[in-house]
Ligand binder design. Structure first.
Ligand code: GLN
Length: 380
């Protein structure tokens, strides 16, 4: 294995899902819905395949999808983007982030990450040869430690990676936090790569896109995908939105990673993004109900549940149950209780910082959530 990847372990999501299958555990670990995406989107994909939309797509996207994303982004943020020059379709947001980092970061560049962070960011930064600096968000509110940010950011910083709503904590960056980060980025000439795949799962406050803050459009790449909003995580349709001078790097990297993304799924994605408002409202209503079941359940079981404003995750403190480390606790939970969760220590530069916290996902039907809570009530 190459030096740039030799220090990484196998994906925690795969590991926990495999263990869940082996022990017959209810999987509230890996974040994928156990229900299907909407019929009208599936029909659109079938139709596209039947219509012969099956050869390579244009490298930076099927034109109608570039357009649908620009329309959606305008409605969400007020920003008018050029679908042809400022939007690139990728194979999921994971590829969008990889292409953004590989296309815009030089070896030795300093990049700031907020911990806990989604695991692929660090892998991408290592592949790009970046120097990674971490700033830890701490419970209960996972607020941005402004003084620490000020002392970490400098003229040597090339980029900050943001994720809001935030996986794994469910934290949403407030306007005050984003404004402070923005002014530091402008002052120090820093780029922002912002993963907003959970933007439609915002329950307690409105989602704010960094790109919409004054002075930020020209230094921000906004990443999103279809998977979470349309319960189609296996389709792997994502995108990167940014000004032309940044898009150029993203497209060059994308051209050499995958070249282009699945054609019929892009056609169907364009149909999905034009869903009426009622679709998005219903999604949020359904998820609010699921969230309430899980959060109330976890509290009744005896966990300290940290507030989650968005995403389909919630993070809890497991230490009331007497085990020292998150990984140990998750293995016990799968083997002895029959429920899978995700240990968070793998999302920190210093794993010690995450040892008390585990993440549960509520992107499951209500019966599954209730059954998981019952198992924990009985056996924990
Ligand atoms: N994004 C999902 C999660 O956080 C799944 C990740 C994966 O399987 N790589 O759980």
């Amino acid at each position: 294995i190459s030096k740039r990847l030799e220090n990484f372990k196998a994906s925690i999501f795969t590991h926990m899902s495999n263990l869940a299958v082996k022990h017959g555990a209810i999987n509230l670990g890996q974040g994928f819905p156990n229900f299907d995406g909407p019929e009208f989107v599936k029909e659109a994909a079938i139709q596209a395949i039947k219509d012969g939309k099956n050869q390579y797509a244009r490298g930076y996207g099927v034109p109608d999808l570039n357009l649908a994303i620009a329309e959606r982004f305008k409605r969400d943020t007020g920003l008018v983007m050029d679908p042809e020059k400022e939007i690139t379709i990728t194979s999921g947001c994971t590829e969008a982030m990889a292409a953004t980092i590989l296309g815009l970061i030089n070896p030795g560049d300093e990049v700031i990450l907020f911990a806990p962070f989604y695991d692929s960011y660090k892998g991408n930064l290592s592949m790009a040869g970046a120097k990674t600096k971490g700033i830890t968000l701490r419970p209960p509110d996972f607020g941005v430690p402004i003084d620490e940010l000020k002392s970490t950011i400098s003229k040597n910083t090339r980029a900050i990676i943001l994720n809001t709503p935030h996986n794994p904590t469910g934290k949403m960056f407030t306007r005050e936090e984003l404004s402070t980060i923005a002014s530091l980025c402008i002052e120090n000439d820093v780029l922002v790569f912002t993963d907003e795949v959970y933007n439609k799962l915002a329950f307690e406050m409105d989602h704010i896109s960094m790109a919409s803050l004054p002075g930020m459009y020209e230094r921000t790449v906004t990443l999103n995908s279809l998977g979470k909003t349309f319960s189609l995580t296996g389709w792997k349709i994502g995108w990167a939105i940014g000004p032309q001078h940044l898009t150029w790097g993203v497209r060059q990297a994308h051209a050499f990673i995958t070249f282009s993304t699945s054609t019929p799924m892009q056609w169907a994605a364009a149909t999905a993004l034009r869903a009426p408002d009622s679709y998005y409202e219903e999604l949020k209503r359904d998820y609010s109900a699921k969230k309430a079941i899980l959060v109330e359940g976890l509290k009744a079981v005896g966990f300290t549940v940290h507030p989650s404003s968005g995403t389909f995750f919630v993070v809890v403190d497991h230490t009331p149950f007497g085990l020292a480390k998150d990984i140990e606790f998750c293995e016990y939970l799968i083997k002895e209780v029959g429920v899978a969760a995700i240990p968070t220590s793998v999302f920190y530069l210093n794993p010690e910082e995450g040892k008390d916290l585990v993440r549960f996902a509520f992107c499951k039907d209500e019966g599954t959530l209730r059954a998981a809570v019952e198992r924990m009530k009985e056996k924990l």
